[in-house]
Structure formats: structure tokens, C-alpha cells
Write a protein that binds this ligand. Structure first.
Ligand SMILES: [Zn+2]
Length: 321
């Protein structure tokens, strides 16, 4: 068995000062809603669901600094896991993903209404009434080791349609999330096929790379341009160019591999979107048990490092047309 390589992190971007946005105007700290007074969708752009994913904070800060206001509908700009974000330390950047638990695994009514308490649950309960008003959620993330940016469109065709509207990045992933909890993008009506409410989660690339911040900024202007909520001038100044928009590739995730021990190791390092040609290729060991790809041409989606029992190591995907 080969030991996996421990990644080395270059911190190319800085956490913006978001303290000016604490007060907001919604009664919930760090959430502001701008109402155009004209009919249109309610779009929420959310950042720092994971405290160490700085690109979303940079994009939302950019919208605030440019004084972007919707021409129609409502625009909500939200910083989510503030406690984790405030603990960000460039010398130990992986530590501030969350404080007590993953904010992006608590999004069911059962958990939110339940008796448990944590820093993340308190914040999720505070922001929940606003999330429930939103028609289109755009939730900005980045990844530890996966290099190619991904749009996480959820399992429904409406999510893929929304991803087509945004037109970048290249890879669009259809998946049902994780076995250890529900993401905000899969909460309530976002995951109801009968509802027109819709959600996307964009993974802008590797945490702390400038390219992740650049994509986060381009994607929010693209989003607001597509909904007719900003002027063409804003969209063309800060949105993607034609060269940024590659033909989209849709990958359907059949499921994650959920790790059974605290000792999962890859045979070789994976950085995401590799296609493993043959079914039965052993790519890792879970304790002593070899773990193999389930089918031919298996796409390795979002491989994680340092995985504990019960977490997903990698999601298996098929390219669909
Ligand atoms: Zn994240």
C-alpha cells in the first residue's frame, strides 16, 4: 500500500473584512436583502457555509463593494458560518471548516427542529427563515484537493437546468449529497420536484487559490446577469468571457463510498474527475479491506483526504449526455 501524499497549501487569497456587513437589514447578522420593488425572483448568494472557503466571501464582498442592487426581484447576500470563518488562520487553514459540526449536513426539518445544539445548528436555525423565502440559492464553496471546479446540481433535472443557465464551470455533478447529513442546497423545496425553487452549490476549485476567487466572482455576475437582475455593464465587466465557458460535461453520481474505518488510504492520489477505465480497479484500502471502482469508466468525484469512519471518501460518477 502506498501512503497518500499530504497536500501542501499555498494561500494565495486573503479573507476579506466582512465586519461592515454584520448589521445587515434582515434582523439576522451578516445577511442583507435588497428588494428592487419590481417583480422577480428572490436570489440568495451564500458564502462561508464552510469557514475556510474564502472565495465565496471574496465574491460577496465584491458585490457589496460594487454596490450591486437588483433591477428586479430580491437579492440576499449572506455569510453563513461566521464563527468558523472568524477562526480562519492562514497558518492552519484546514482547521476552520466548522466549529462543532459541518453546517452543510444539518439541513432537514428533523435536525433543525430537533433537540441537539451546536454552534452550527444555532446559526442554521437563525438563517433558516430567510433560506425558506429564497427562490434560487447559489451557494459558493471550494475544495481541499480537487482541482477542477464543479457545479453541484443535486439529483433533479431542475438543478441541471439551473446549472445550464450559469454555463460554467465545465463539470456539472448530479448527486444526492452525503450519507452523514443534508446540505443546504438539498433543503426543503430545493429538492422537491414539484416546486420551482432551485439551488446550486458551486465548488470553485481548490481553497485559497486565486483562480477559485476569480471563478466565484465571475459566477455571481453571470448568475445575476442571467436573471436580468444587473445591468449589462456589470455583467460584462465582471462576468465570464466566452473563453471562460467551456462546453459543460454532466456527471451523474451513483453514490459515495462511505468509509468504514478511521484508516482509509488511497493507492495513488486522486485530485478529482479522473476516469478509471476498468470496474474492479482497487483505488484504496479501508483498514485492511481493498476498495474498488464499481463500474467501467468510473469518474472519481471530489476525493477527500483524511477521512474518518462514516464520511465519504469519493463519489462514483458516470458521464451522461
Ligand atoms: Zn464547502
Amino acid at each position: 500500500m502506498t501512503e497518500e501524499t499530504t497536500p501542501v497549501f499555498d494561500i494565495e487569497i486573503q479573507a476579506p473584512d466582512i465586519s461592515p456587513y454584520k448589521q445587515g437589514n434582515t434582523g439576522v447578522d451578516y445577511i442583507s436583502t435588497f428588494d428592487s420593488g419590481v417583480d422577480g425572483p428572490h436570489v440568495m448568494i451564500s458564502a462561508v457555509v464552510h469557514g475556510n472557503e474564502l472565495c465565496g466571501a471574496i465574491a460577496v464582498d465584491h458585490l457589496f463593494k460594487q454596490n450591486v442592487r437588483p433591477l428586479k426581484g430580491k437579492l440576499t447576500l449572506a455569510f453563513m458560518n461566521i464563527a468558523a470563518f472568524e477562526s480562519f488562520n492562514p497558518n492552519d487553514p484546514t482547521k476552520s471548516r466548522f466549529v462543532d459540526e459541518d453546517f452543510n449536513r444539518v439541513w432537514t426539518a428533523e435536525t433543525l427542529d430537533g433537540p441537539r445544539d451546536s454552534v452550527e445548528l444555532r446559526r442554521a436555525r437563525a438563517v433558516r427563515p430567510i433560506v425558506e423565502q429564497v427562490d434560487y440559492l447559489f451557494d459558493i464553496h471550494s475544495m481541499l484537493t480537487s482541482k477542477d471546479p464543479l457545479m453541484m446540481a443535486g439529483p433533479l433535472s431542475k438543478g441541471r437546468d439551473y446549472a445550464r443557465k450559469i454555463a460554467l464551470p465545465k463539470y456539472v455533478i448530479s448527486d444526492a449529497g452525503h450519507n452523514n447529513g443534508t446540505r443546504m442546497r438539498d433543503y426543503g423545496d430545493f429538492i422537491n420536484p414539484e416546486s420551482s425553487k432551485n439551488a446550486l452549490l458551486i465548488e470553485c476549485g481548490t481553497h485559497w487559490e486565486k483562480s477559485a476567487a476569480d471563478l466565484a466572482i465571475k459566477s455571481v455576475y453571470q448568475l445575476l446577469g442571467e436573471f436580468g437582475m444587473i445591468s449589462d455593464d456589470f455583467a460584462s465587466r465582471f462576468g465570464p468571457t466566452a473563453a471562460d465557458k467551456e462546453e459543460q460535461v454532466f456527471v451523474e453520481v451513483s453514490g459515495p463510498y462511505t468509509v468504514q474505518t478511521d484508516d482509509f488510504k488511497y493507492v495513488v492520489p486522486y485530485f478529482g474527475m479522473e476516469v478509471v477505465e476498468k470496474a474492479g480497479t482497487v483505488y484504496g484500502h479501508d483498514g485492511e479491506t481493498p476498495v474498488a471502482t464499481p463500474y467501467d469508466n468510473c469518474v472519481m468525484v471530489m476525493p477527500s483526504f483524511d477521512i474518518k469512519k462514516g464520511q465519504s471518501s469519493v463519489r462514483y460518477g458516470r458521464i451522461v449526455t
